[in-house]
Write a protein that binds this ligand. Structure first.
Ligand code: AOF
Ligand code: ZN
Length: 370
């Protein structure tokens, strides 16, 4: 019996779930999972890419399977690499293992590492491209980063049932439940940077650090979009900048002002937003320089409107609490877009939704992005 289509789906999704455990540890690399199975689909071994710079997933999975892999099938969420990077080419290990079939879910968008399919076929191995909805979700951040040079950006907000992120007087602690906020802290501990706007700094004086975790996988940098440098020098983000790298993105003229000097003296990086390429170009350059592969946005409507308008948001993670504010002066999550029809509004696709009593947590894909 050979592995049929539904078994391919099942085994590939298993590899995807194994891969996803690397979130927060493997970036700026890709989450990768591998399953080694016999010709009839019995699983022999599995492994994942565990940390950036470490051995690749298929290499360690094949090592675990040993000689039993001969004549079997390797399923891997990313096409095996064919280059000498931090590790030797996976294609060599795959060929040496004696597997007869390789099933992968995504051509490697990194040109340096690509070419695995051809190398394996030259060695007589059958190579099948078999993506699933789950592997598409898994690989989206790596594909996005490699193709655009932009960080993967998740916008997170908590809103009331009537779509408000605070009361009319600005009170917002807390809309979502303790359990929901714990989930946010966990995600904070897996991203490279948290982006916020000066409005949120003035309203909430946040620290944007991951808290109440046994161990955060990463300590995210903090980034404030603040055109005129209105952030107070005694804001929490500024006074802790010596411990946690903090950057303010401001207008180009402001970046050379005396006020910018005060932030620099406090240990805050001040970066002017490039006038020609805007926030998009500046984020791309900063992401490359600072190695920001994944960012979470925890801002108010002004910043989110700007990011949505510039097509910079990849996912929206929304916490809706069963609370009604009932005040038309209370702010919503996104401002300043003013579309004149529903068709021209930002369209989202719900990827998943869970209830964490009493909140509903939803993850959306932003149409037009990855
Ligand atoms: C694979 N299996 O598990 C991973 C791959 O710098 P290196 O040597 O680690 O290579 C990084 C590139 O290899 C990375 O950009 C991506 O294209 C690929 N990652 N490939 O065959 C793996 N993590
Ligand atoms: Zn590799």
């Amino acid at each position: 019996m050979s592995i049929d289509r539904s078994n391919l789906d099942r085994l590939m999704d298993r590899a995807a779930r194994v891969a996803a455990r690397g979130h927060g540890l493997v970036e700026p690399g890709c989450m990768v999972g591998a399953v080694v199975a016999t010709a009839d689909g019995t699983v022999l071994a599995e492994d994942r890419y565990r940390r950036y710079g470490g051995p690749h997933a298929e290499r360690t999975a094949l090592e675990k399977a040993g000689d039993a892999a001969r004549g079997g099938t390797l399923l891997v969420t990313l096409e095996p690499c064919d280059h000498h990077g931090k590790t030797p080419p996976c294609t060599e290990a795959v060929i040496a293992s004696g597997v007869s079939t390789v099933v992968h879910a995504c051509h490697d968008p990194n040109e340096l590492a690509a070419g695995g399919t051809e190398a394996l076929r030259r060695a007589g191995i059958t190579v099948i491209h078999h993506p699933t909805p789950l592997t598409e979700l898994l690989n989206a951040p790596h594909v996005h980063r490699t193709r655009t040079g932009l960080p993967w950006m998740i916008a997170k907000w908590a809103q009331t049932l009537d779509g408000r992120i605070a009361t009319g007087s600005g009170h917002s602690k807390w809309i979502s439940s303790t359990r929901s906020r714990r989930l946010v802290h966990r995600e904070r501990g897996r991203v490279d940077a948290i982006l916020t706007g000066v409005g949120t700094v003035l309203a909430d004086d946040p620290l944007l650090t991951p808290r109440d975790l046994r161990r955060a996988r990463r300590r995210p940098e903090r980034v404030v979009v603040d055109d005129q440098l209105d952030t107070p020098l005694d804001a929490g983000l500024v006074t802790t900048a010596g411990d946690i790298p903090t950057t303010i993105l401001c207008r180009m003229e402001a970046s050379t002002s005396a006020r910018a000097g005060e932030f620099l003296a406090a240990g805050v990086r001040v970066v002017g937003i490039d006038e020609a390429s805007g926030l998009r170009g500046t984020l791309r350059a900063e992401a490359a320089g600072r190695r920001w592969s994944t960012m979470m946005v925890e801002g108010g409507g002004g910043l989110l409107g700007r990011l949505f308008r510039d097509g910079l948001v990849n996912r929206a993670l929304v916490f809706s609490a069963p609370v009604l504010v009932g005040d038309e002066s209370a702010p919503g999550p996104v401002r300043g877009l003013a579309p004149d029809s529903i068709e021209s509004s930002i369209q989202l696709e719900r990827l998943w939704s869970i209830e964490r009593d009493p909140d509903r947590i939803e993850l959306f894909r932003v149409a037009g992005g990855e």
